[in-house]
Design a protein around this ligand. Structure first.
Ligand code: URP
Ligand code: ZN
Ligand code: ZN
Length: 477
């Protein structure tokens, strides 16, 4: 199979120019003006951009969490990713403390293998560190999973203690792999939640005040201290606010190797969404919480100046009417037996944390970043694709438009106009966190290793064709 993409404006993280791209089999084999080749399919890209396939460095597809399971599978999740222009998913493998790392890795991989339509890999969650876990982590790294994930939040579930954090970072340093981290101080969260509940503050609007910016900044400082003392390379996921970004940027100034990620809900939404009445705010409960508008503005500035390297989604899909309602103050009457295993009176602390967005990230970033002039096209490609490829050992196979690279390409139509709706989404949730939001631009054609996988909002690819990617060591961005 060969594809010729003609006359597109090729945009990479470094340059843009008009040319043809020729793909044979799974690979890009020629880039140039007026290529004199024959192809099985010719795609006219005049007036359109040709971007490298986008990479989402932070998704949850299979996630046992807060008494339930995230809603998408690799069937719905990879189709949604591809429709939205994302050709590679990096999923968080999040075992419980009692699960063996290798068993967990095989379980998570088993959910993707033979099902996913796009390529995928994992950040290996370290939720317990002892001799046995260490042996297994070494084997997992040998298999090409070159990043770990730790949680400073969620004590009693995924969270690790400081001794385990230290040991994980030491191992990562020795192996040359990156430790990705959710940075919120779990004890500060627990104490603040308890105080708010004692004051009768039980609705979703109290989620953000229960995890204020100081809680996240403390988590970031904490990790930076450990990274500085061990010399390990780290990457802070879903950074939501100015104090957190500033803590990480200051550590970087001191020589700490730290990548900074933000996620699309923080760039488009603000804290007023979780304050919507009649429990509707639960749709926007995620951690760290979506912040006040001033933080959103700051994140855009820090993306534009290169302080923040990546924009992921933290796609963590839960249905509103059932799963999010586990935290409804009446849930003990309505769905208690099924969804409130704690048996306590329900409140915001029982709302499963997370927002679906794997399908919307690229279009939202383009619409609210590029068309508004907040970021330029090169930055857009860098933060949505190339930087993640470099950070996580996938470049130049992924995240670029180069001869020899995988033919993962997005022919993007900047003239498209539409609105996001649950009625038209591919993701398997009963709501969209971006209902009614306007979109300017969307993928016209999306290819994965030389096969067309999506056209104009519809999945046309092959389930099960996605591959587990064997990754190398990080490259500095
Ligand atoms: O609210 C969130 N972020 N849910 C998913 C789990 C995590 O912390 O990434
Ligand atoms: Zn997290
Ligand atoms: Zn996450």
């Amino acid at each position: 199979m060969s594809i010729l993409i003609k006359n597109g404006e090729i945009v990479t993280a470094d340059i843009q120019f008009t040319a043809d791209v020729y793909c044979e089999g799974e690979t890009i084999t020629a880039i140039g003006e007026n290529l004199d080749v024959t192809a099985d399919e010719v795609i006219d890209a005049s007036g359109k951009y040709v971007f490298p396939g986008f990479i989402d460095p932070h998704v949850h597809i299979y996630l046992p969490f807060m008494g339930t399971f995230s809603k998408d599978t690799y069937d719905s999740g990879s189709r949604a990713a591809l429709v939205g222009g994302t050709t590679t998913l990096i999923e968080m493998c999040c075992p419980s403390r009692s699960e063996e790392p290798l068993e967990a890795f095989n379980l998570w991989n088993g959910k993707a293998e033979g099902v996913s339509a796009c390529d995928y890999t994992f950040h290996m969650g370290v939720t317990r560190f002892d001799d046995d876990a260490e042996k297994q982590l070494r084997q997992i790294v040998d298999a090409g999973i070159t990043s770990f994930k730790v949680f400073l939040a969620y004590k009693g579930a995924f969270g690790i203690d400081d001794a385990e954090l230290y040991d994980t970072l030491k191992l990562a340093k020795e192996l040359g792999v990156v430790v990705t981290a959710h940075c919120e101080n779990a004890d500060l969260v627990a104490r603040t939640q308890a105080r708010l509940l004692a004051e009768g503050k039980v609705g979703p609007e109290w989620h953000e005040p229960s995890r204020p910016v100081q809680v996240e900044a403390e988590g970031c400082h904490h990790l930076m201290t450990f990274a500085e003392m061990t010399g390990a390379e780290v990457y802070v996921v879903h950074t939501s606010c100015k104090p957190a970004v500033d803590a990480l940027a200051a550590a970087r100034e001191r020589g700490v190797l730290v990548g900074i990620e933000t996620v699309i809900p923080y760039l488009v939404l603000d804290s007023s969404y979780a304050e919507r009445p009649d429990f509707e705010g639960a749709k926007w409960v995620m951690s760290p919480p979506i912040r006040a508008k001033e933080h959103q503005d700051y994140l855009w500035q820090k993306l534009a100046d290169g302080t923040i390297q990546t924009v992921g989604t933290d796609h963590a899909p839960f249905d509103f009417h059932t799963q999010k309602h586990m935290g409804h103050p009446d849930a003990d009457k309505a769905v208690d037996a099924q969804f409130n295993p704690t048996g306590t009176a329900a409140n915001f602390t029982l709302i499963p944390n997370g927002i679906p967005s794997v399908e919307e990230r690229v279009n939202l970033l383009y619409t609210y970043g590029v068309t508004t002039g907040k970021i330029d096209l090169q930055t857009f490609v860098a933060v949505a694709s190339t930087n993640a490829a470099k950070q996580f050992g996938l470049h130049p196979r992924k995240g670029d438009v180069v001869v020899g690279g995988d033919a993962d390409l997005v022919v993007y139509d900047p003239e498209y106009r539409g609105k996001i709706s649950v009625e038209t989404q591919t993701m398997d949730t009963d709501y969209s966190g971006f209902e009614g939001v306007e979109i300017k631009g969307r993928p016209h054609v999306v290819t994965v290793r030389g096969e067309v996988a999506a056209r104009d909002g519809a999945f046309v690819g092959t389930l099960g064709r996605g591959q587990l990617l064997r990754r190398g060591k990080p490259e500095q961005t």
